[in-house]
Design a protein. Structure first.
Length: 264
């Protein structure tokens, strides 16, 4: 197939140290990781809200505040494959999104790029779309140990999103408390990433990879739109495939000890 979405000139010119030298964990805020044409096509054909499942007050580990949002998983959901909304099959996606996912799945350049930045030889990939609405928040958290890292592609522009409404992911540093459900004020510094006009954010999951998004103040009819490319350890995907998907994975993980938490 002809590659049309990823900006391969950016990949070939990118210096690994730009990613690995960032603190307190490896991350980078890309501009124009997608081609201009590719971004516009995906932006215009973003999946319709009717396909999404609305998540309200889903329980999180350590009594962290819930991440309320609209959620759509590709093929299989970590929240359980329930009839109706919340999961979409490849054949039901707009053709542009089918082509983009096929490129992500088949591009050796992209896979090798990710492997080099994450220092990982193998991984599994899952995909999900999020839409944040007025009041949506991503409370400060660490991702689960099954994740190696995540590439977040944002699909808002200056025409539909005002930066004053918030929405930037925050790289949180120097936590001042031992609690696992900290607030934003419990970190010494917070660095924000750009999210509009073809920006994406890539980060590696580490014991220090705290991040979050403050509550959105956008009007009711506006949405913060993103597409998550999640890289996971292969054993984690195998366990997910073998387990029952009738209950949210968050609740299943609730009894596990967080391996990133330092013992006292």
């Amino acid at each position: 197939m002809s590659h049309k979405f990823i900006n391969y000139d950016l990949l070939s010119a990118f210096v690994t140290d730009y990613f690995t030298s960032n603190l307190p964990y490896p991350w980078f805020n890309f501009h124009q990781f997608l081609t201009t044409e590719g971004f516009q096509s995906l932006y215009q054909d973003f999946p319709s809200l009717e396909s999404f499942e609305k998540h309200i007050d889903i329980q999180r580990n350590y009594a962290q505040r819930p991440h309320n949002r609209y959620y759509l998983a590709y093929e299989q959901s970590v929240y359980g494959n329930k009839p109706g909304k919340g999961t979409i099959k490849h054949k039901d996606l707009p053709e542009t999104w089918q082509a983009f996912i096929e490129e992500l799945e088949t591009s050796e350049d992209y896979k090798n790029f990710i492997k080099s930045l994450f220092d990982a030889s193998e991984f599994e990939i899952r995909y999900a779309w999020h839409m944040g609405f007025h009041g949506s928040e991503v409370s400060p958290h660490l991702d689960g140990p099954e994740k190696i890292g995540t590439h977040i592609f944002y699909f808002n522009t200056t025409q539909d999103w005002n930066p004053d409404w918030g929405g930037s992911i925050l790289v949180l540093k120097d936590k001042k408390t031992d609690t696992m459900n900290p607030d934003f004020t419990d970190f010494t510094t917070a660095k924000s990433a750009q999210i509009i006009d073809n920006h994406s954010f890539l980060f590696k999951n580490t014991p220090e990879a705290w991040h979050g998004v403050k509550a959105l103040t956008c009007p009711e009819e506006k949405y913060r739109r993103l597409f998550n490319v999640v890289f996971e350890h292969q054993s984690s995907r195998q366990q997910l495939n073998q387990s029952s998907l009738n209950q949210p994975l968050i609740k299943k993980m609730g009894k596990l000890v967080n391996p990133f938490r330092k013992s006292s």
